[in-house]
Design a protein around this ligand. Sequence first.
Ligand SMILES: [Zn+2]
Length: 132
Amino acid sequence: MVFRRPTADGAIAHGRIDYRLARAAVIADVRQGLVDRSEACDAHPELVRAAAQVGVITSGTCPICESPSLVHVTYVFGPRLPRHGRCVTLRGELARLAKRPGTHVAYVVEVCRKCSWNHLSHRLDLGKAEIA
Ligand SMILES: [Zn+2]
């Protein structure tokens, strides 16, 4: 299922799936005590390392610890890339990967550098989505 969202100029962006509702549900469960904080803040050590070294700082704060240490880490999957995906480390790398032949998909993960909160933010079908 592909969701379409209006952009600032009213156009429809294709190829982007947002996981905002799933994120809100997890946050609500943590706040209500239905999910233990340690389960929500369980970023894999490799993800924590990527967040520290190549994470892109977001304007938001962590929904769990309210730290401004929230970053996005992007992994791309597609032909001729490692099975575990390629962590985007360079500016412009996403746009370069989008130009490659074949289907490439980017997963953007929200990670807190302080408490290790992590959640899938959105998915982009490269070649179809608007890449910022
Ligand atoms: Zn946090």
